[in-house]
Design a binder for this molecule. Structure first.
Ligand SMILES: Nc1nc2c(ncn2[C@@H]2O[C@H](COP(=O)(O)OP(=O)(O)OP(=O)(O)O)[C@@H](O)[C@H]2O)c(=O)[nH]1
Ligand SMILES: [Mg+2]
Length: 433
């Protein structure tokens, strides 16, 4: 039943998750794709959501059909295949328009869900903190609001004729108004969350440490890497979207301190409602001095390239496209010598590591520090005798530091990475550090 071709879909998870035959929800996967027939990611998403896959069908077409997602001619075939597989749910690999969803449900006689609904469901299940829950609820409401509109036009047609009020229409209008009120309230609360995050961030910025963000496809090993680098204990799981809340830790890399943040994973066709709702969370990535883009190197090359591209797209979308980036090929322990050579050849600038057994982590630490040293510039600063804390930090961050005690305070000449230098600007002797 499980046709997955790579290690990312593990048997153990299959055993722990839904099993065809026993599962309450048995999904039939459908995709309209220009080429290829890889539904393994949708299967994996469904599995994470506790749904077994009992069959699948791919139709090759340039664009999904506007009314029925797959072509109208394919719908009958699909109906028969669903009956044959004894599926009680259809899952489509794209976000459907309300109209596509309705058309398919009417024609197929079983509930139809789309990729976005599955991902939102997983997020809802994995959200544990108050912020995370708010963010997911907002994303779900926005998604549902669009569906209610679909329902409303549907009922309107049933009611028929000018001046005839559709059955239940006023109820739906009320529901929509309630949904909109709730969305406004959630947005306001999230703004407050974002404000309090800013306070925490301001505190960290006073610490002046270079900021590194871990970004990458879901299940790439970001949390494992953070734990390996910083000795933190962030939850790790072989399931999609394990981490939803950002965690920041101080780590010493190659002898120098940095702040390192782990955050939510990305995926192809990440629902825009989530990108929107997780804005405050993703801000940590946007404001980083360096992004470590972590990718699962045990995936086949074509899949790896696609995952890298998907992450780059999201980074662009959230306004982090301009942040310097270092590609980290993780799970080196899970690949053979030949694949290793291929990776070195194809991704020359990347760091090959294993967060699990520690391979390559020292080298990665050096690379990160080298990245910051690239922008070293000389500064001249003056610290009052009561400003011992920032001075101590400076010792930890600067290259070639020389100090001199003067009647006005401690005068320091040093070289600092550009991002750090900016945070010491207020101590500059000549206006600008
Ligand atoms: N073999 C191997 N497995 C790893 C390595 N790093 C992480 N993993 C496994 O990959 C799975 C996902 O790891 P996580 O650290 O939770 O991945 P993540 O990128 O934080 O995932 P999300 O939070 O879902 O975005 C877990 O089962 C880890 O044990 C590695 O270097 N080698
Ligand atoms: Mg994680």
């Amino acid at each position: 039943m499980d046709r997955s071709r790579n290690g990312r879909t593990s048997q153990s998870r299959y055993a722990a998750g839904a099993r065809p035959g026993r599962a309450r929800q048995r999904a039939f996967c459908v995709a309209a794709l220009p080429d290829g027939d890889d539904l393994s990611e949708l299967r994996e998403l469904l599995l994470t959501a506790g749904v077994a896959t009992v069959g699948e069908m791919v139709q090759h077409r340039e664009h999904p059909h506007p009314n029925s997602y797959v072509g109208p001619g394919k719908v009958g075939e699909l109906r028969a295949a669903i009956a044959h597989a004894d599926a009680n749910l259809v899952a489509c690999d794209d976000e459907l328009t309300p109209r596509q969803e309705r058309t398919l449900e009417e024609a197929l006689g079983v509930p139809v869900v789309d990729r976005t609904a599955v991902i939102l469901d997983i997020f809802a299940d994995h959200a544990h903190t108050a912020d995370g829950k708010l963010q997911v609820e907002l994303a779900q409401l926005e998604y549902n609001l669009a569906r209610m509109r679909g329902l409303w036009t549907h009922l309107e047609r049933l009611g028929g004729g000018i001046g005839t009020r559709g059955p239940g229409e006023s109820q739906i209008e009320t529901d929509r108004r309630l949904a909109r009120d709730r969305i406004t309230a959630l947005r306001r609360r999230l703004q407050r969350v974002s404000a309090s995050r800013q306070v925490m961030r301001a505190e960290r910025e006073r610490a002046a440490l270079p900021r590194v963000a871990l970004a990458g496809y879901t299940n790439a090993g970001k949390s494992t890497l953070l734990n390996a680098i910083s000795g933190a204990e962030v939850g790790v799981g072989d399931r999609l979207f394990h981490t939803l809340d950002p965690t920041t830790r101080t780590a010493r890399l190659d002898g120098r301190a940095v702040l390192i943040t782990d955050t939510v994973g990305f995926i192809r066709k990440l629902p825009h409602q989530l990108v929107d709702a997780f804005g405050a969370t993703l801000e940590e990535t946007r404001r980083a001095d360096l992004i470590l883009h972590v990718v699962d190197a045990s995936a086949p090359e074509d899949e790896l390239v696609e995952m890298v591209r998907a992450v780059e797209d999201v980074l662009e979308e959230i306004g982090a496209g301009g942040v310097p980036r270092l590609l980290v090929l993780n799970k080196a322990d899970a690949i053979d010598a030949e694949r290793r050579r291929e990776l070195n050849f194809r991704h020359r600038d990347a760091a090959l590591v294993s967060a699990l057994d520690g391979e390559g982590l020292d080298d990665l630490a050096e690379r990160v520090q080298a990245e910051f040293r690239r922008s070293l510039r000389p500064v001249e600063l003056l610290f009052g005798y009561d400003e011992g804390a920032p001075l101590a930090e400076l010792h930890d961050l600067a290259d070639g530091l020389e100090r001199e005690d003067t009647p006005d305070g401690v005068r320091v000449r040093a070289r600092l990475p550009e991002t750090v230098a900016r945070r010491f600007e207020r101590y500059a002797v000549n206006g600008r550090a």
